[in-house]
Design a protein around this ligand. Structure first.
Ligand SMILES: [Zn+2]
Length: 338
């Protein structure tokens, strides 16, 4: 058994061995918080780092978070979000991937966590694997999570808060955490409204896209959209065919997001910089470019292996990660007749 008191001892040992560096001195450029929080208006901030982009909405002391970062970061995410004002009242999950729901065990059981219903089983399957990993080797798992915290370019106090968060996560894994701790508690099929203070958030699921349970969140009065991973800005997207992703369904989702946006809408992607409606259009075009390229190569008689090794010049500006996978996904879609 690995209880909380032993856990503090573990943290002390990590400190003694240099895992936690309480005395380290950092330059003036260090971030004051674990996450890079950027305000987008008077009541909303986006947190970058350690997982997908999180939107915090604070209306009159009521706080809501969209997504919960990588496993282990829920505690520090909540603390930093509340440090700007407000008390957490609810959480939205944009889909089941671990870099968006990893912090959920800190929130389920505390506040309502909203998500699309097909995400529940997938989140629980991922949660069960995470939990099994903790139970198999809690110290090793803690050391890996803590190493990530130690590598952050942040001030000492933030580093400590991050270390405490991952330590609390491992301790929860040894005690009350279950696979269900990772899944949404309030689910819906296609539409759901969530209130925070006097602000209404409109949650919508359109089609199979990045996964089969993507939700985008539209906040009409603020003209803000959080698209989850239906929008990767400046990056090749992850097309999760293991979770029933399709590129045509994805474009249906993007069309629905573009439909509610106007030229002034702030569009927060799951990954990458904050953008706008034009960014969404460019991203939808990504799939057309990819499909046209692959179709031409198929027509020229090239094989799947040949095509997945190619570098379309249209994508020269993007980091190459996932390009080869995505060429393969589109090849499979085009040759399966779907
Ligand atoms: Zn994702």
């Amino acid at each position: 058994m690995f209880n909380r008191r032993e856990f503090s001892t573990t943290l002390a040992l990590l400190a003694a061995s240099g895992w936690v560096r309480p005395g380290a001195v950092f330059g003036s450029g260090q971030q004051a918080t674990v996450f890079d929080w950027r305000p987008i208006n008077d009541s909303m901030r986006v947190a970058f780092g350690a997982g997908g982009n999180v939107l915090a909405v604070n209306d009159g002391g009521s706080l809501l978070l969209i997504d919960t970062k990588n496993a282990g970061y829920g505690q520090v995410l909540r603390a930093e979000a509340e440090s700007f004002g407000g008390t957490l009242e609810s959480v939205i999950n944009t889909h089941h991937h671990g870099d968006h729901i990893g912090g959920n065990p800190f929130f389920t059981g505390e506040v309502p966590v909203y998500g699309q219903e097909r995400g529940v089983k997938r989140a629980q399957a991922a949660g069960a694997r995470t939990l099994a990993g903790i139970l198999r080797d809690p110290i090793g798992r803690l050391e890996r999570l803590n190493q990530q915290v130690q590598n952050m370019e942040v001030v000492t106090a933030a580093r400590h808060a991050g270390s405490e968060s991952v330590a609390a996560f491992i301790a929860m894994g040894e005690e009350e955490m279950t696979a269900m701790s990772f899944s949404a508690t309030e689910t819906f099929e296609s539409e759901q409204e969530v209130e925070v203070g006097s602000t209404t958030l409109e949650l919508r699921h359109i089609d199979r896209g990045h996964t089969d349970n993507d939700v985008f969140v539209f906040i009409p009065e603020a003209n803000v959209i959080h698209s989850g991973d239906l929008f990767f800005n400046g990056l090749h997207p992850f097309i999760d065919t293991g979770a029933d992703a399709t590129t045509t369904g994805w474009q249906n989702c993007l069309a629905a997001i573009i439909e509610v946006a106007d030229r002034n809408t702030v569009c927060i992607p799951g990954h990458g910089e904050i953008s706008d409606r034009n960014g969404l259009r460019d991203f939808s075009n990504y799939f057309d470019i990819l499909r046209d390229f692959v179709q031409e190569e198929i027509d020229d008689g090239r094989s799947r292996d040949q095509i997945t090794e190619m570098q379309p010049p249209e994508f020269a500006a993007l980091p190459p990660r996932r390009l080869n996978d995505n060429l393969g996904v589109v090849y499979d879609e085009l040759t399966s007749g779907s």
